[in-house]
Design a protein around this ligand. Structure first.
Ligand SMILES: Cc1cc2nc3c(=O)[nH]c(=O)nc-3n(C[C@H](O)[C@H](O)[C@H](O)COP(=O)(O)OP(=O)(O)OC[C@H]3O[C@@H](n4cnc5c(N)ncnc54)[C@H](O)[C@@H]3O)c2cc1C
Length: 418
């Protein structure tokens, strides 16, 4: 008790900047461990970005979460994070604050309510219940390293001082929701390296001249990204054609490879027949001399607009009958349909992306505690770190995991855990 009375920075206190999923999870774990928590948020409410996730349904995590699915400077680091707080840990934690979940057949995990609002409400009332001090509408403009602690400055309010600080202020994606990357220069001043912050999980802009008629068409495809002849990355998923390029998980998952190579000569190849090529070839063989148009046969696996665009590209008339097409022409159609080429021009900006890549490299943070290896008494969690997961709940999982680990590292050992 003497110690606590005379030390103005009590060791069982934690100040957190950012009431997103990472900051709120950290606050709850620390508070449940007996730590007094102050949670600072620039918005007037908590979890603004969480509210729009999963198109309002909040894709919380994924049954298949594993280190290999993340783009992270050190896979071993990521493994250590997930070993401490993986999917089972998250699914055990969420019901304790009133969030029940289910997973789709492909593992995407959602709240049973299918409502991000209920998730934000559950977090908010859990924070209140645990006695977390909330400073809303507090935009941090500067952080000064004081002797043994930090002074946090705001746009309008009086500064706050603390000894233990966790920065969970997100990245630079979707700036209207609060995270604008404004703390990166501050982190740099404090001594951290900041990797260039670029859009990730963003729509991809391409030369769509040959594909204008496909605007609005959506299908599943295997997508490969090439730089010259080098295959950079490959995904499979849903995508949609727009007038400026391609959107949807299949291309968004590749976008950070594009935004980190500005000016690169990049090409996408789409294979919408990745699951049906064999069956379609068989169908074509059976109908080789028939009067059925090739476009009709391709309709077994593709939206009808696709053959009408691709057949002329392969030099075949849109309504050509199977009996009129040569073997070489047929092969040309299949070759094109398994590698539809797109010249990449870039990615859409931060306003349209789901996360940002870049920020603090994981090598500067201890995965067992989220403590900075550069600045004493500082922790970092969530999107502020240079880690990108694919669509499907991976990024929220990362925010929850790193938040939970940071919060647990602040537990007051003298108090019983709740
Ligand atoms: C449209 C959209 C849909 C998405 N859907 C999904 C999905 O379904 N599943 C999924 O896994 N991921 C999804 N994501 C990504 C996911 O939202 C992020 O990975 C996650 O929110 C990151 O959590 P965080 O706590 O690190 O950062 P954030 O959620 O960004 O929270 C950081 C908080 O810090 C506050 N802050 C920032 N700077 C300051 C400052 N200077 N002073 C005070 N406060 C500050 C911000 O206001 C914010 O509330 C989506 C993202 C978007 C934009």
């Amino acid at each position: 008790m003497r110690y606590r009375r005379y030390n103005i920075y009590m060791t069982n206190e934690l100040t957190i900047i950012g009431a997103g999923p990472a900051g709120m999870t950290a606050a709850l774990f620390a508070a449940r461990g007996g730590t007094r928590v102050t949670l600072i948020e620039g918005n007037a409410s908590v979890g603004r970005k969480l509210l729009v996730t999963g198109a309002g349904r909040c894709n919380l995590s994924n049954d298949h979460v594993c280190a290999e699915r993340y783009t992270c400077g050190d896979p071993q680091w990521m493994e250590e994070v997930l070993a401490q707080f993986g999917i089972a840990d998250l699914l055990a934690f969420l019901p304790t604050i009133g969030i029940f979940t289910y997973a789709t057949h492909d593992g995407w995990c959602y709240p049973l309510s299918e409502s991000a609002q209920t998730v934000v409400d559950a977090f908010y009332y859990a924070l209140v219940q645990e006695g977390v001090r909330l400073l809303l509408d507090h935009k941090v403009t500067a952080i000064r390293n004081t002797s043994g602690g930090f002074e946090i400055n705001f746009k309008t309010q009086r500064p706050v001082t603390c000894k233990h600080l966790l920065i969970a202020a997100g990245g630079a994606a979707y700036p209207t929701l609060g995270s604008r990357g404004t703390l990166f220069p501050i982190l740099k001043e404090l001594g951290h390296t900041i990797r260039p912050v670029v859009p990730a999980l963003a729509p991809v802009t391409c030369d769509m001249t040959p594909y204008q008629k496909l605007k609005g068409v959506r299908f599943d495809a295997r997508v490969r990204l090439f730089e010259g002849k080098t295959l950079l990355a490959e995904t499979t998923g849903n995508l949609i054609f727009t007038e400026w390029g391609l959107n949807g998980p299949a291309v968004m998952d590749l976008s950070h490879h594009i935004s980190t190579r500005p000016g690169g000569s990049l090409r996408l190849e789409l294979n919408p027949l990745f699951a049906s090529e064999e069956a379609l070839r068989l169908l074509a063989r059976k109908n080789r001399r028939s009067a059925t148009p090739l476009a009709v046969l391709l309709g077994a696996a593709l939206p009808p607009k696709v053959p009408s665009v691709v057949l002329p590209m392969a030099g075949v008339a849109e309504r050509a009958r199977m009996e009129q097409i040569s073997d070489i022409e047929l092969e040309k159609v299949f070759t094109l349909l398994t590698a539809l080429p797109f010249k990449v021009t870039g990615v859409r900006g931060f306003e349209y992306c789901q996360v940002s890549a870049g920020g603090v490299p994981v090598s500067e943070v201890d995965p067992l505690t989220m403590r900075s290896r550069v600045v004493p008494n500082l922790q970092l969690a969530g999107e502020t770190l240079d880690v990108v997961g694919p669509c499907g709940g991976y990024n929220l999982h990362f925010a929850f995991s790193t938040g939970a680990i940071a919060g647990m590292a602040n537990r007051d050992a003298s108090k019983p855990e709740r």
